[in-house]
Design a protein around this ligand. Structure first.
Ligand code: PEP
Ligand code: MG
Length: 327
């Protein structure tokens, strides 16, 4: 079925009213980064680097990470590479840390919380590697599971420190564009403050987690599948709120699976999302949908729907009718 869209992969992701949308790819390792341009990806919107941390006896050091980022930038030939700081901890344990056993690991010590807790082992080598690699291309660095302004303030202080340290040691270094994933309701509610206080230039909605936390429905549980729904108006209202509060202060992307769903694309673009990062096999289909959207019209319509709808059924009915009208 997806093969039907493979000829769309080479097309420009531009809406009917001439607005360019970044269609990017998610990747989980160097081989996936290398393959991405062949699918028509404009770059990597989410480089998951957890694989370098899991099933290992030691955390990867600065040189290994630097090598990985530099090589990835090379194979992308000028396209952006958005590295996500490792989203480990919680339900993704690693061998080299004695993490506490928690009753609710999804609400526990994971993501950025863990990076800030283990600065020497995790955060500092990562920052040094990223600042050194940023000299070689369009590297962007984003942090997962951020929930407070204090966290981005601490991150930004660590970035400043890494830059100073590298310079004093004689390294060439550049601070990459920094961003956070919006995966927790508090991050959506504080979007503007996070960007301003953290010196961020982009945010990326991690809708897999955001949906889970908005609806209090475990994304991995087969028992709450009916509740876990990315098109629930509560999820869309929160995205709309976060984007509106940003008021153009940062670029807005989505890198959760929602970005690749046909019915979600008109809603997300209509709410002001500028970039969609998806698994490579979905690039053609997402471009096909993008090229059938009139952004002004979708924006007007989706805002009304998100305000008036009380169920995802209504949102889906609108998205279906919108795409049918647009052929
Ligand atoms: C997300 O939560 O939407 C996301 C992209 O991150 P992950 O799926 O790796 O948790
Ligand atoms: Mg996530």
């Amino acid at each position: 079925m997806l093969a039907l869209f493979s000829k769309e992969e080479g097309l420009e992701p531009v809406t009917l009213d001439g607005r360019r949308v970044d269609v990017l790819c998610n990747a989980g390792g160097l081989e996936e980064v290398r393959a991405a341009p062949g699918y028509g990806c404009g770059g990597i919107g989410l480089f998951r680097i957890e694989f370098a941390y899991m099933v290992r006896q030691e955390a990867p050091g600065e040189e290994e990470l630097y090598g990985l980022f530099k090589k990835s930038l090379e194979v992308l030939g000028g396209r952006p590479l958005t590295v996500r700081a490792p989203d480990i901890g919680g339900d993704k344990p690693v061998n080299f840390l004695e993490l506490p056993k928690e009753a609710n690991p999804q609400l526990g010590l994971r993501g950025t919380r863990l990076l800030l807790e283990y600065r020497d082992k995790l955060l500092r080598p990562l920052l040094r590697a990223a600042l050194r690699a940023a000299v070689h291309g369009d590297l962007r660095l984003m942090f997962p599971m951020v929930s407070t302004v204090e966290e981005v303030e601490e991150l930004s202080e660590e970035v400043r420190r890494a830059e100073e340290e590298l310079r004093s040691e004689g390294f060439e270094a550049r601070v990459p564009r920094l961003g956070v994933m919006v995966e927790v309701p508090s991050a959506a509610l504080l979007s503007r403050e996070l960007v301003e206080k953290g010196g961020l230039s982009f945010v990326s909605f991690g809708t897999n987690d955001l949906t889970q936390y908005v609806l209090a429905a475990d994304r991995g549980s087969a028992h709450v599948g009916k509740v876990y729904d990315e098109l629930n108006p509560a999820v869309l209202r929160l995205i709309a709120y976060a984007v509106d509060k940003l008021g153009g202060r940062a670029e807005v992307e989505v890198c959760g699976e929602m970005a690749s769903r046909t019915l979600a694309v008109p809603a997300l673009l209509g709410l002001g999302v500028q970039g969609l990062s998806v698994a490579p096999v979905f690039v053609g289909r997402v471009k096909y949908v993008v090229r059938r959207i009139d952004l002004e019209e979708a924006s007007r319509e989706v805002r009304e729907v998100v305000e008036s709808a009380s169920t995802s059924r209504e949102v889906r009915a609108w998205a279906r009718s919108y795409l049918e009208r647009r052929g």
